[in-house]
Design a protein around this ligand. Structure first.
Ligand code: 5AD
Ligand code: SF4
Length: 432
């Protein structure tokens, strides 16, 4: 299974693979050897879709060599495009939209028995998620635990509410028992997932996000709790309070601001103002002084003027994010922003993105330089990607740390690292 996109997609993939284990499938790396290939797709930006079309093209040759190969597309782009995918690429055997984890087994069995030639199921499923799902966890360190599915916010640029449906929260006891199970399997860290975790529980009213965090914080054996992702409009004082007083919840606040101009925020339907967002940041800094704060930003939203963009730069300079994930606005058909006049020219978008990244890189470096010679607590992940003598891990604030391997540290250990060489993207150090 190839997966693109956000953590929720990776979590869905672990569940689909868990279900496929029931049919005797094992996951392998080499696509040439596969009997079944699935692409779990993302539709949030056009370039994510382009990558998938590229892969679909590659798989045509494999299908020619092995006519028994079963090939399916799942996830957000499958939900959005449905039947059209098969029209464009008839070598696709099945298309399953989002929230179809339980349908994977029956779909693949039908195709194995050649009962049907093509299967397309994109009926939007807004039922509660089934709980009796097998999970084939793939991550080494942090177990993904979805706490809610879907989104009700309808930010005007975003395709997610259309492809993932309305918000549905899992029951707190199911979440806690999944966390306990992950700990039993050896995980010391969990990441609670949702499109907008701060509105957790608003549907079933069994627990708020603050209460859920506090329950997960108390699970025996858990070392670190992370969560993704938040809409700033819903981050309550209660959540900040729980994090401040917790033992294990990481001091990382990912608060996607998306823009720094009230006019654009309004057009994006983000609901909060720049002033309210700043107040929130001040509250967090007062409660958790060493908090890492990161964000998502979109440049080139329709109607964005140079003045709006300057206001965005001003906000970034004011907040001083540790890191910002910056995106060029991508038109998603079916969303209100795609219909707006005054779409921004590509070269202007690229120029603004470059200026934004230049400012952010400077700030990221300066923030990391403050850690020069400091000792930070790191959860060991393992070898770094390009040198097996260099190991990596993350701080509670989610900063990536590298150090020369000393022979005794193991994945999941908490170690202390003295930072000798802080850089824009990583902190290099040695075990203290
Ligand atoms: N164009 C560009 N970026 C987008 N995002 C969501 N929709 C779009 C779009 N149409 C970004 C937002 C969100 C992140 C996951 O992706 O910044 O927070
Ligand atoms: Fe998209 Fe906004 Fe929902 Fe996030 S909160 S998934 S940006 S609609």
């Amino acid at each position: 299974m190839l997966t693109y996109g956000c953590q929720m997609n990776f979590s869905d993939a672990e569940r689909m693979e868990g279900e496929l284990d029931k049919l005797g499938y094992e996951s392998i790396e080499d696509m040439e050897q596969a009997d079944l290939i699935m692409i779990n797709t993302c539709a949030v930006r056009e370039n994510a879709e382009d990558k998938v079309y590229g892969k679909i093209g590659e798989i045509k040759n494999l299908k020619r060599k092995n006519p028994d190969l079963i090939f399916g597309i799942t996830g957000c782009m499958a939900q959005k495009e449905g039947e059209k995918l098969i029209k464009r690429a008839p070598h696709i055997d099945f298309v399953l939209g989002t929230n179809k984890i339980q349908e994977v087994v029956s779909t693949v069995s039908k195709l194995e028995q050649a009962q049907e030639k093509h299967i397309v199921d994109t009926e939007i499923n807004e039922k509660d998620m089934p709980e009796d799902i097998s999970i084939h966890r793939k991550t080494a360190l942090s177990a993904w635990v979805p706490i809610m599915y879907g989104c009700n916010n309808f930010c005007t640029y975003c395709i997610v509410p259309y492809v993932r449906g309305r918000e549905r929260s899992r029951m707190p006891e199911d979440i806690v028992s999944e966390v306990q199970e992950a700990v039993k399997q050896g995980y010391k860290e969990v990441t609670l997932l949702g499109q907008n975790v701060n509105s957790y529980g608003k549907d079933h009213k069994k627990a708020t996000f603050a209460e859920l965090l506090s329950m997960v914080d108390k699970v025996e054996g858990i070392e670190r709790v992370r969560y993704m992702t938040s809409n700033p409009k819903d981050l309550s004082d209660a959540v900040i309070d729980v994090i401040k007083n917790s033992q294990h919840i990481c001091t990382h606040f990912h608060l996607p601001v998306q823009h720094g101009s009230n006019r654009i925020l309004k057009a994006m339907n983000r609901v909060y103002t720049v002033e309210a967002y700043k107040e929130l940041i001040t509250k967090i800094r007062n409660a958790v002084p060493d908090a890492t704060i990161t964000t998502d930003i979109i440049v080139g939203f329709p109607g964005e003027t140079e003045e709006d963009f300057q206001q965005l730069l001003d906000l970034m300079a004011w907040v001083r994010y540790d890191q910002a994930y910056t995106f060029i606005y991508s038109k998603r058909s079916g969303t209100p922003a795609a219909e707006m006049d005054e779409q921004v020219d590509d070269d202007v978008k690229h120029d603004r993105l470059n200026r934004l990244m230049e400012l952010q890189n400077k700030i990221s470096l300066e923030k990391n330089q403050q850690l020069q010679d400091k000792v930070v607590k790191v959860m060991v992940e393992g070898t770094s990607s390009n040198d097996d003598k260099v190991w990596s891990g993350r701080t509670s604030g989610n900063k990536l740390v590298l150090w020369p391997y000393q022979g005794h540290e193991k994945p999941g250990d908490l170690v202390e690292v003295k930072i000798c060489q802080p850089q824009t993207w990583v902190l290099k150090g040695e075990l203290a």
